[in-house]
Design a protein around this ligand. Structure first.
Ligand SMILES: O=P(O)(O)OC[C@@H](O)[C@@H](O)c1c[nH]c2ccccc12
Length: 270
């Protein structure tokens, strides 16, 4: 990928959302508003790590990504979700973005049904580029428990109202930051879950050292999550030694046609 193209990935993604949001507004206007679920109850607590406990692992489902390209689709999202939950995932992140990550809100619904059919209650994170409350209502209707809110793509005022809108939609917000300035903005909201993306979404470059110092700067009282770039059990061990409550595993698991054995190893490293 050329440098100029990389720098525009986030802009291109955000631009594609504007049309989707208009379509969602029309779609949801036809439906009577669903009673707000109470699914977010207890979700933040489940991701908090009591002292001495292992690092919580959030595992991700995506078919491709702008940085990694095509990922494994050998296992259906339903089998993969069950495999993640049985192996000890504390939450399952499901990409809702279609154009860049190959996901959909229907995937959230598939994962919800797959977990419920086995009596598994692993929380589901809707991973989308959220600019408008209508996306939160759609994610909630699809069966999500949590929604990602990315500081970089909204104003601080919008972020504050999206945190409230997420709760109103029955979702627990997880606020993603990549810099100290963004962390300050996140901490000015009521969000209980703060995640640090080691990947700069504008350039797609990884900066693990900056991510580690940002995670360390998240005050007690908020759940701190490390959101990207972990490639080996040693990487998981290194994060587990620090302040993080949990870490997200994406590409490393999505490169496996069957993630079961590797996830067991990563759980043991946590
Ligand atoms: O695949 P990795 O390196 O484990 O990282 C996942 C994470 O970076 C990625 O899925 C992500 C983090 N923040 C996002 C925001 C939108 C879409 C995707 C993301």
């Amino acid at each position: 990928m050329g440098e100029a193209r990389r720098e525009r990935v986030l802009d291109a993604i955000v631009a594609s959302k504007r049309a989707e949001i208009e379509a969602l507004k029309l779609e949801l206007a036809k439906e009577s508003p669903a009673a707000p679920g109470a699914r977010r109850e207890g979700v933040a607590e489940r991701l908090a790590r009591p002292s001495g406990a292992p690092l919580r692992l959030l595992t991700e489902i995506k078919r491709k990504s702008p940085s990694a390209g095509a990922l494994s689709t050998a296992m259906g999202v339903d089998d993969r979700a069950r495999a993640y939950a049985r192996a000890g995932a504390s939450a399952i992140s499901v990409l809702c973005d279609g154009p860049f990550f190959g996901g959909s809100y229907e995937d959230v619904t598939r994962v919800r049904a797959a977990l419920e059919s086995e009596g598994l209650s692993t929380p589901i994170l809707a991973k989308e580029f959220i600019l408008d409350p209508v996306q939160l209502r759609r994610a909630s209707a699809a069966g999500a428990d949590l929604a990602l809110l990315i500081v970089r793509i909204v104003s601080p005022e919008q972020l504050g109202s999206l945190v409230t809108a997420a709760r109103d939609a029955g979702l627990e917000p997880l606020v993603e930051v990549a810099t100290e300035a963004e962390l300050r903005i996140a901490l000015a909201t009521e969000a209980r879950l703060i995640g640090v993306n080691a990947r700069d979404l504008d350039t797609l470059r990884m900066d693990p050292a900056r991510a580690a110092s940002l995670v360390a700067a998240i005050p007690e009282g908020r759940v701190a999550l490390h959101l990207s770039g972990l490639k080996t059990p040693d990487d998981v061990r290194a994060v587990a030694r620090g302040r993080a409550d949990g870490a997200l595993l994406g590409e490393i698991l999505m490169r496996q046609d069957d993630p079961t054995a590797l996830l067991a190893e990563l759980v043991a490293a946590a």
